[in-house]
Design a binder for this molecule. Structure first.
Ligand code: FAD
Ligand code: FO1
Length: 443
């Protein structure tokens, strides 16, 4: 088919449309999965339709994330129409809805995007088992398809970097322009986005500092590239506005990481800032997908590297100075004003600065009664409150903080064992802690 696509199932073409089941990559432009479906449609003189399945309560997501996602989908629905692509929004279980939709439309083939998360792999398995048409999956999220970079879990950024960098020349190509699909007799059913948005707009969880969808994503990217990227060397200062703020858009696939890199390459950017940003965007981000794809225990203690598990095991019964239950963490009621400020930032805004995420998570390990409980608390809070949560980056970031994933052993100390340690004084040396606390006070 092409170098970014794998065939999940063979089958015979029917007479109906080619269906793109959009899930992870919620955009029309710069989308290899949609382009693959459109090309296949053209070769077979068939129309293309997009179907999106809304699944309530997805991995702990609430109004905040659904509200953001639905506003983006409304924009995508309208853009799809410009290319003669009807957009269907279904609600319920994809394992039931997608096969029914394919049957009802006599669909010829199914295309979808690729996601390493367990729930998405389960959905695709259920769907494939029920249909008789060909099923294809395209990695539209990673610059180098994850199955091409490596056939196994990579244990450090250094090893992963060595594998991905030589492939970038081949994969960092400009996207071909999207083209109009064959006109079909099918009209996009009208979707009442206003009612949907109202359904998910209830407080206390809405956020108003970010505008959803691909348009919001491009504006944020432009602002970062033209005004802020040259300050990226201060990325570890949570008071500096030097990070991109792109993670919610990358998470929902409103923006392609490949587009970000292509646009940066056309600009004159400070070389140190450029290298540091691209290392996060390419190496760290795609390494997280590698972790979740090859290690389906990505959200469990068992998923940590062996040395991390052994070390945490040895220190399991160490005395803890403070032990908090999940509810104390959730209400930001610990003894540490810096930790509480980070938690407030996440609860109030749906985001937390990258440097604070590390501190936040390591302290959850330090102040929980076991590493398993710490992991559960961190995943629960991250997935409930972060706009960009429920993402391979989140599971990898938490496993890095608590279990030493992609990291090396450090000097032994209580509770942490050989897992890297962080503390308040270290933060004080790096940035104005009082200012960060003041900026994230409640009430
Ligand atoms: P920038 O610094 O501008 O980076 C650009 C992009 O590079 C990010 O949007 C992201 O896609 C990628 N990136 C940056 N840092 C990392 C990293 N350490 N690992 C993987 N990719 C990275 N990221 C999420 O997208 N979702 C999460 O739920 C999430 N949870 C995290 C939890 C913990 C405990 C930790 C330590 C990290 C977590 N991260 C998560 C990774 C990182 O903190 C965020 O991606 C980053 O802070 C997002 O802000 P930004 O877009 O301004 O980042
Ligand atoms: N994907 C879907 O196909 N249907 C959904 O209803 C859905 C909801 C959702 C809510 C919050 C969120 O963070 C992600 C959500 N996603 C949904 C999936 C998402 O696009 C990503 O594919 C994964 O979360 C990360 O890879």
């Amino acid at each position: 088919m092409n170098k970014r696509t794998i065939q999940i199932k063979s089958g015979t073409l029917n007479k109906g449309p080619v269906v793109y089941w959009m899930s992870r990559d919620q955009r029309i432009h710069d989308n290899w999965a949609l382009l693959t479906a459109l090309r296949f449609s053209k070769e077979n003189k068939l129309p293309t339709v997009i179907v999106f399945n809304l699944t309530g309560g997805f991995l702990g997501a609430g109004n905040r994330q659904f509200g953001f996602m639905i506003s983006g989908l409304e924009e995508i629905y309208n853009t799809a129409a410009e290319y003669n692509i009807p957009f269907y929004l279904l609600r319920g279980e994809p394992g039931v809805n997608i096969p029914e939709f394919l049957e009802a439309t006599s669909a010829s083939a199914l295309f979808t995007d690729l996601d390493p998360l367990k729930i998405k792999r389960k959905w695709l398995k259920e769907i494939s088992a029920k249909v008789k048409i060909p099923v294809y999956q395209t990695d539209a999220h990673n610059i180098v398809p994850l199955f091409r970079v490596s056939g196994k879990q990579e244990f450090s950024a250094m090893h992963f970097r060595k594998k991905i960098v030589p492939l970038l020349r081949e994969y960092l190509e400009e996207y071909p322009p999207i083209f109009k699909a064959e006109k079909s007799g099918m009209n996009a059913p009208s979707t009442d986005f206003e009612s949907l948005k109202k359904e998910y707009a209830a407080p206390p969880f809405e956020v108003d500092w970010i505008s959803a969808g691909p348009e919001g994503a491009y504006k944020t990217l432009e602002n970062f590239l033209h005004k802020r990227i040259n300050n990226y060397n201060t990325k570890n200062d949570p008071n500096s506005n030097s990070v991109s703020g792109l993670s919610p858009y990358l998470h929902f696939g409103n923006l392609s990481a490949q587009r970000v890199v292509l646009n940066i390459e056309r600009m004159d950017v400070d070389p140190e800032c450029r290298a540091s940003f691209l290392d996060e965007l390419i190496v760290r981000r795609e390494l997280s997908d590698n972790f979740c794809w090859y290690n389906q225990s990505y959200d469990r203690f068992e998923g940590f590297p062996q040395w991390g598990k052994d070390s945490l095991e040895k220190h399991r019964n160490d005395e803890r100075e403070f032990i908090y239950k999940r509810s104390v963490f959730e209400k930001a009621k610990t003894h540490d004003p810096l930790w509480n400020a980070a938690q407030n930032e996440m609860v109030l805004k749906g985001k937390m600065h990258g440097y604070m995420r590390m501190y936040w998570c390591k302290k959850i390990l330090e102040w929980s009664s076991s590493p398993e409980e710490a992991l559960q608390t961190a995943v629960y809070l991250n997935d409930k409150y972060e706009l960009d949560g429920r993402d391979p980056n989140g599971y990898a970031g938490i496993a890095w903080s608590i279990g030493g994933l992609h990291d090396r052993p450090f000097a032994e100390r209580p509770v942490y064992g050989r897992i890297r340690y962080m503390n308040y004084n270290g933060c004080k040396r790096k940035f104005d802690v009082e200012k960060y606390i003041q900026n994230n006070m409640t009430g």
